[in-house]
Design a protein. Structure first.
Lengths: 189, 94
């Protein structure tokens, strides 16, 4: 989605997003674990960062979040490949869903109007729900979780991700978008 | 010499901490300084907003440095809050 193609800036954005989100993902899983759901957290704080990076820089921010959560779930916690890939893909899809909604509704990431805030919160809620549905349905189909945990998982992702993203992402968008929009990588020009 | 130094350190520790372990004292000092640094940086940035805009206009690299620094600061603040939260909840101890 970036207009600049691929280069050092795109790598930097992806790497920094991944580097920031990796420790946050690790501690989110440790701090607010959901019993019975592998690699789940009730307050998914890294999403606050990679959602914002995705709104600013497009797919590169989402890719950073994907790399961070995949490594956090895989390398450090030793979950199976299925769980890394499933969770990591969910965290890749979710910010892109929010971005598509934001684009479709022509909202401004600077959150200047009440409508921008509404679009932001609604897009985050829908993206978190999509992420939860994706991750838990794949888990269910592969026999990683049982049916009652599907509901808990979807609800946990919906509430936990939404709360974290709105709490962290809103002030970041409000405070930093004015600077970020000077970047040639900013996708809203 | 080494033994007496260690003894002195432990005496000092007991005297200063008043029940707080040396590890806790060190970690909380580090946290306090981190939070003060972040707060001062935040206030400082507000004072030189125009200058930052000028530098960004001349050098795009600074924009990314500035952006990544702020994001890292927010992550740091969160990690400090999360750590203290765990201590208060009794999940970990120092």
């Amino acid at each position: 989605m970036a207009k600049e193609g691929f280069g050092i800036k795109q790598i930097a954005v992806t790497a920094v997003t991944a580097g920031l989100c990796l420790p946050l993902a690790l501690f989110a899983i440790i701090l607010v674990p959901i019993p019975g759901l592998p690699a789940a957290s009730g307050f998914w704080i890294p999403a606050g960062f990679y959602f914002v990076m995705t709104l600013w820089f497009g797919v590169w921010g989402a890719l950073g979040g994907h790399i961070a959560t995949t490594i956090a779930m895989g390398y450090f916690f030793g979950y199976t490949l299925h769980i890394w890939v499933d969770g990591g893909l969910g965290d890749f899809i979710a910010p892109l869903v929010a971005l598509v909604i934001f684009k479709a509704l022509k909202a401004n990431p600077e959150l200047k109007t009440q409508r921008d805030y509404v679009v932001w919160v609604v897009s985050v809620m829908i993206a978190s729900l999509v992420c939860g549905l994706w991750v838990q349905t794949v888990h269910l189909l592969f026999g990683v979780i049982t049916w009652p945990f599907w509901w808990i998982g979807v609800l946990t992702y919906f509430i936990g991700d939404t709360m974290a993203i709105v709490t962290v992402g809103t002030p970041l968008l409000k405070a930093l978008t004015a600077y970020v929009k000077q970047s040639p990588m900013y996708i809203w020009k | 010499m080494t033994v007496s130094f260690i003894k002195y350190s432990f005496d000092l520790q007991t005297e200063i901490n008043m029940g707080l372990s040396y590890t806790a004292f060190y970690v909380y000092t580090f946290f306090a300084l981190t939070l003060v640094t972040v707060a001062l940086d935040f206030l400082g940035v507000k004072k030189i907003k125009k200058e930052i805009d000028d530098v960004v206009a001349k050098d795009q690299a600074y924009l990314y440095m500035f952006l990544f620094k702020v994001l890292a600061e927010v992550a740091l603040v969160w990690l400090v809050i999360a750590f203290i939260g765990q201590v208060l909840m009794g999940w970990i101890s120092l």
